[in-house]
Design a protein around this ligand. Structure first.
Ligand code: PLP
Length: 383
């Protein structure tokens, strides 16, 4: 690609750029207040206080208590902790876990690992819009069910699950309910109390915070073992020297995203719907997932008969950065598991592409991308 060519970044679901204010807040904790927050010296107090402050911001953003927030290295660790920690701590009660067929690999591969250890996993199917079947969840519950883990919003098609209904089903049966909210936090309102969520995973790099930092919310009454063992950090439940700057970044990013959320979502939904409307004018295209029940910045389109990898490269040459499947499955020759779970044929799944919009996406970016898409697809189909 030519130098200085403007990049149109339409891959915000994969990761977001660090917000400048977040960066400014983080900086002092690299070189000025670098003390170990767990040390007793007065010098470390600044770092310790900054972590406490960030914990308060996370708690406020999702409506939980500060002591229910545990910092981790990101979404993957939070998901692993939620699933493995619950499985180990509750194995006397039972060995059955319920999840969905469209979870992120951080949940699905952890379930595969637990299967090897003797746990039984039920994978709940989804409808053609990517929404889990509540009746299936209800009828899958047995006396041995110890955990239900259903993602808040899907990373490929943006479908938003009926979290409150699932929370209610689990609360009534005294089953722990975990949700992977990595794609939801910072983008749509989340209230763990109102939605009856017992555990929730989040990751800062999805909402303009730094990479390599996340959190797991664990409701006080929930029984869960530690996942990382070592020192007494995070009240003895998640060992390892705290990533002070990262934690400060997460706190600032979640606070800022929540403040901007309403206006930004109105803007994004306008861009998204305009994009969908225009792209669907191209012959033989269809929208994957639901038109309305989806994340404000997510679009996933099937360009029938077109190899999405080829299209991705052609767009890349024009400076447009989108994605096929999710970043975590990029490079795999398999069709997207999520799209196949919606009922798409392998061929259609391999002709589908995700565009995800965020703070830097402008009206002009959308117009340009629509124009380029029309040109490229016209060329491919005419040759
Ligand atoms: C739904 C979902 N869960 C978990 C993860 C993993 O998060 P992290 O990159 O912080 O490990 C991702 C990242 O793409 C995701 O989209």
């Amino acid at each position: 690609m030519k130098e200085n060519k403007k990049i149109i970044y339409l891959d915000y679901s994969a990761t977001t750029p660090l917000d400048k204010d977040v960066f400014n807040e983080m900086q002092p904790y690299f070189y000025e207040f670098y003390g170990n927050p767990s040390s007793v010296s007065g010098f470390s107090l600044e770092a310790k206080m900054a972590i406490d402050k960030a914990r308060g911001k996370v708690a406020k953003a999702i409506n939980c208590k500060r002591e229910e927030v545990f910092f981790t290295s990101g979404g993957t660790e939070s998901d692993n902790w939620a699933l493995i920690g619950t499985a180990i701590s509750r194995k006397q009660k039972g060995n059955h876990i319920i999840t969905s067929s469209i979870e992120h690999p951080a949940v699905l591969n952890t379930c595969k690992y637990l299967e090897k250890l003797g746990f039984k996993i039920t994978y709940v199917p989804v409808d053609k819009y990517g929404i889990v079947n509540l009746e299936y969840i209800k009828k899958s519950i047995t006396e041995k069910t110890i955990l239900v883990s259903i993602m808040f919003a899907n990373n490929e098609i943006g479908s938003i699950q009926p979290i409150e209904d699932i929370g209610k089903i689990c609360r009534d049966k005294n089953i722990t309910f975990h949700t992977d909210a990595v794609q939801a936090i910072g983008h749509i309102p989340v209230d763990v109390e109102a939605l009856k969520i017992d555990m929730l995973s989040m990751s800062a790099h999805k909402f303009y915070g730094p990479k390599g930092i996340g959190a797991l919310y664990i409701k006080k009454s929930v029984k869960i073992d530690s996942y990382l063992h070592g020192g007494e950090q995070e009240r003895g439940r998640r060992s390892g020297t705290e990533n002070t700057a990262g934690i400060v970044g997460l706190g600032t990013a979640i606070e800022k995203s929540n403040l901007d959320m309403y206006n930004e979502n109105v803007r994004l939904i306008n861009l998204r719907d305009k994009f969908i409307q225009e792209v669907l004018k191209i012959e033989n295209t269809s929208l994957n997932g639901d038109i309305s029940n989806r994340l404000p910045g997510n679009v996933n389109i099937c360009f029938n008969g077109i190899d999405a990898e080829t299209l991705l490269m052609a767009l890349d040459l024009q400076g447009i950065c989108a994605s096929v499947g999710s970043a975590c499955s990029a490079g795999s020759l398999e069709p997207s598991r999520v799209l196949v779970a919606l009922g798409l044929s392998e061929e259609k799944a391999k002709s589908s592409m995700r565009f995800s919009f965020g703070k830097g996406t402008t009206d002009e970016d959308i117009d340009y991308t629509i124009r380029i898409l029309k040109d490229i697809i016209g060329n491919i189909r005419n040759n």
